[in-house]
Design a protein around this ligand. Structure first.
Ligand SMILES: NC(=O)c1ccc[n+]([C@@H]2O[C@H](COP(=O)([O-])OP(=O)(O)OC[C@H]3O[C@@H](n4cnc5c(N)ncnc54)[C@H](O)[C@@H]3O)[C@@H](O)[C@H]2O)c1
Length: 352
């Protein structure tokens, strides 16, 4: 098979997961890396033996050796880089969130429509084996019709600071950063119904809590404590098929322990995909909680990224349609944008 020649834009913390997974794929040649900070790009080029280093992604996109790119930059650049890369004839894997809001998502969609290249959003949790296994059970009817889902990702002390807490570069706080993972996963498992209405709240009560001395927490590569994003968001999302999804997410909350859970409920059975894959069903008038015996019953970071990157590479090389294409990105940005709008207006947002 012909090798896919890949470049990565953004050489910060998460670029390791992309670069490492591309390096492990025998059908990939890593040819270019770009970051605003030249030293950062050069360091990755050295580690991963990458020939071309750039500080301006426009220059990188002119390189005819490149077939595909990963976008692993701040959220405020996802739209402009996606559009420029598609227009330059490159396949694109864009990190979540797709972009800053629904309007930007529609601009990317327009660029995909004038391009014959593949576009995929990095919804890594869909590619983890716990989700892949559950999706297969759902597709085969084990849960019946799914009418309810509940997603939660609550950090008590987890505002990473830096660009994550600067709304002009991130688009928002825990909702757009980590909430997107669990909302997307729930929505994907529910069968991707169209959103009908959203009712939500956001709170900015606690700030980034960088005053806490007793516990360490994850910090952005370029940390600064300034913060203008929400620290908690909750939402009730209704879909056109009658199903509903309840969500809550936080960077900071007076909570005993961090929590992460995603569960879906159907008329024949239910399932938890996080914190640990479990299928709840009924047989012989008995309720059974089944624990599939798998290597990774919970989300495994490196397995998820390896599967995601392998899938993207395969789509680019074979023409297969990506799991998590632009339409899924647009619907998710519609939901996230409506959550922020509903919270701001303190009213339900209704769609046609
Ligand atoms: N899928 C996941 O689980 C996951 C986890 C973490 C981060 N992410 C996403 O990955 C992206 C990057 O996050 P990170 O944690 O690596 O952040 P980071 O701050 O560690 O790295 C981002 C890098 O992008 C560079 N950059 C910003 N704008 C650029 C531009 N226009 N051109 C070139 N370089 C640019 C910055 O200099 C920085 O080095 C974000 O969109 C984030 O939401 C996804």
């Amino acid at each position: 098979m012909k090798k896919l020649r890949v470049g990565v834009i953004g050489a910060g913390s998460l670029s390791e997961s992309h670069l490492g997974a591309y390096q492990q794929n025998p059908n990939v040649e890593l040819v270019a890396i770009c970051d605003l900070i030249e030293e950062r790009a050069k360091a990755k080029a050295e580690t991963y033996n990458i020939g071309h280093v750039y500080t301006d992604y426009h220059e990188m996109l002119k390189n005819p050796e490149l077939d595909a790119i990963s976008i692993v930059t701040w959220n405020n650049s996802h739209k402009e880089i996606s559009v420029a890369a598609l227009d330059a004839g490159k396949h694109v894997l864009c990190e979540k969130p797709l972009c800053m809001n629904h309007e930007e998502a529609l601009e990317i969609k327009a660029a995909t429509e004038r391009s014959d290249k593949k576009f995929m959003v990095g919804y890594v949790r869909r590619h983890a084996s716990n989700a892949v296994i559950l999706k297969d059970f759902i597709d085969k009817g084990t849960l019946g019709d799914i009418y309810y889902a509940k997603a939660s990702i609550l950090r008590r002390l987890g505002n990473p600071g830096g660009w994550f807490s600067d709304k002009s570069r991130s688009g928002g706080g825990p909702l757009i950063d980590i909430g997107v993972h669990v909302i997307d996963l729930s929505w994907y498992l529910m069968g991707r119904p169209k959103v009908k209405s959203v009712s939500a709240n956001t709170y900015s009560k606690l700030g980034n809590r960088s005053n806490i001395k007793s516990l360490s927490f994850y910090k952005a590569a370029d940390y600064s404590p300034e913060n203008d994003v929400e620290d908690l968001a909750n939402a009730l999302i209704r879909f056109d098929n009658g199903a509903s999804l309840m969500v809550d997410v936080s960077f900071a909350l007076h909570l005993k322990n961090d929590q992460s859970s995603v569960a879906v409920f159907g008329d024949k059975g239910g399932a938890e995909v996080e914190p640990k894959l479990t299928i709840i069903h009924e047989a012989n008038d008995i309720i059974l909680n089944s624990s599939p015996q798998v290597d990774h019953p919970s989300f495994d970071f490196s397995e998820g990224f390896q599967n995601e990157i392998n899938h993207f590479v395969n789509c680019c090389l074979t023409g297969e349609e990506p799991i998590g294409g632009i339409d899924d990105g647009v619907e998710m940005m519609k939901i996230l944008t409506a959550i922020y709008e509903s919270a701001e207006k303190q009213q339900e947002i209704m769609f046609e």
